[in-house]
Design a protein around this ligand. Structure first.
Ligand code: ATP
Ligand code: MG
Length: 403
């Protein structure tokens, strides 16, 4: 006990992560929990100098070395799906004397510039001699004494100071951050994200990863109509998504010949739709080969001609797996807000050509007829073109951390 205490008095700050939705998972809770811990431990291992344990719906990330980088570990914890909140907390022995001493040392800096606060306490150890309101009142008293100009405001505090008397230790913290939310990575399986260089598809990938999916990505290019910089941009977006998913394989397929065939042989109004059906055919194959159980796109209803209900029906018809379009009900503005939040926006707006924007029809069909689509397709050898495009596939491994 004594040695741990000494350790904590040097490094008296830990990170507490509180479960989100997993709390509701009955019998399956432990499966979700182990996925959550796996992801957190992967990150802790990379940052170095931390141990991770859990108890009663809280994960404790504790420094084991003096120079452990708590700021970096904290940033990592905020990106792990499955947590409702994360907070940094001071650790103290479970007696009032130590709690008040640590509160006096730890809180003034955390509350600098804060005008109104409130203090709450919680005991999971019911044998602790003081009640929760008594603990809160005493710690609140220390804050009033040590932080100049601060006032108690129970209804509208700027910051809520919390004291938690838990299993082995007591914890004091001032303010918390929202966790990444969602459910742990991997708990939903794996999806194939159709990743273009645009704003929408990275957001779609993030939204589905948040619902527990690992991601593989599929990128279509059309060199020389699109260039290497466009591909680099997509790989950068994949790397940015790896901040959340850890790793991702990006499959790259060339559509150059296929697009030229469509341009030369088919009705211009149908170019984009025909192209999108080929993308789906190829996605079916890449997904099957890589154990992906769904296809994910960044489509949003009505955003462009190929995203009307009629157009989506035509492309959806050829998909062999569920197609998830998490942006379907979002406005462009809302998608942009999310792109900024997850950190992909600045890359997405770099100005490179996407294969969807080469040979774009002047008047794309917004209400396509399925029969006409099929007739246009008959002008092409769809199987051979799909096969040829598939053979151009190569795969790039992208990861959050270089090892
Ligand atoms: P984004 O912002 O994601 O590029 P968008 O608004 O430009 O979407 P479209 O170009 O119609 O819309 O593409 C719709 C979806 O089709 C994209 O979100 C993406 O999932 C997929 N897609 C489009 N182009 C490509 C591509 N070159 N490679 C892979 N997927 C693509
Ligand atoms: Mg696009």
């Amino acid at each position: 006990m004594m040695t741990i205490y000494v350790r904590y008095s040097v490094l008296n700050e830990v990170i507490l992560c509180k479960y989100g939705e997993i709390i509701l998972k009955g019998a399956n809770k432990s499966t979700f929990e182990s996925m959550l811990l796996k992801e957190l431990r992967r990150r802790a291992k990379y940052v170095g100098g931390f141990s991770v344990r859990y108890n009663q719906s809280t994960v404790y990330i504790e420094p084991t070395e003096e120079d452990a980088d708590t700021d970096e570990m904290y940033e990592q914890a905020k990106k792990v799906f499955g947590f409702a909140s994360v907070t940094r907390a001071a650790v103290c022995e479970k007696n009032m004397e130590d709690i008040l001493r640590v509160a006096g040392e730890y809180l003034p800096e955390k509350l600098r510039g804060v005008k109104k606060f409130r203090c709450e306490a919680k005991r999971s150890d019911k044998k602790f001699p003081l009640t929760s309101p008594e603990i809160a009142a005493e710690v609140g008293g220390v804050v009033l004494e040590k932080v100049r100009g601060i006032k108690v405001d129970l209804d509208r505090p700027d910051v809520t100071v919390r004291v938690e008397v838990r299993d082995k230790w007591a914890y004091i913290h001032a303010g918390q951050d929202k966790g990444a939310g969602g459910i742990p990575l991997g708990s939903g399986g794996k999806g194939l994200l159709l990743l273009s260089g645009g704003i929408d598809s990275p957001v779609a990938g993030h939204m589905m990863a948040k619902r527990g999916l690992y991601l593989d990505a599929l990128y279509f290019e059309s060199i020389p109509y699109t260039n290497e910089l466009a591909r680099e941009k997509v790989l950068t977006l994949a790397k940015e998504l790896c901040e959340y998913t850890g790793r991702m394989r990006v499959h790259v397929i060339s559509l150059t010949h296929l697009q030229e065939e469509i341009r030369d042989k088919c009705d211009e109004e149908y170019f984009t739709l025909l192209l999108r059906r080929f993308m789906m055919r190829l996605a079916n194959r890449v997904a099957a080969e890589n154990y992906c159980q769904c296809i994910i796109t960044g489509e949003s209803l009505g955003q462009v001609a190929s995203q009307t209900m009629g157009a989506l029906t035509v492309t959806n018809a050829i998909a062999e797996l569920p197609v998830f379009r998490p942006c379907i009900g979002l406005d462009k503005e809302e998608i942009v807000v999310r792109a900024r939040e997850i950190g992909t926006y600045d890359t997405s707006i770099l100005p490179y050509e996407d294969c969807c924007t080469v040979f774009t029809p002047r008047h794309p069909r917004t209400k396509p007829e399925m029969e006409k689509v099929l007739r246009e397709e008959e002008k092409l050898d769809a199987d051979a073109l799909t096969e040829e495009a598939y053979l151009s596939k190569f795969t790039v491994k992208v990861a959050q951390f270089d090892d």
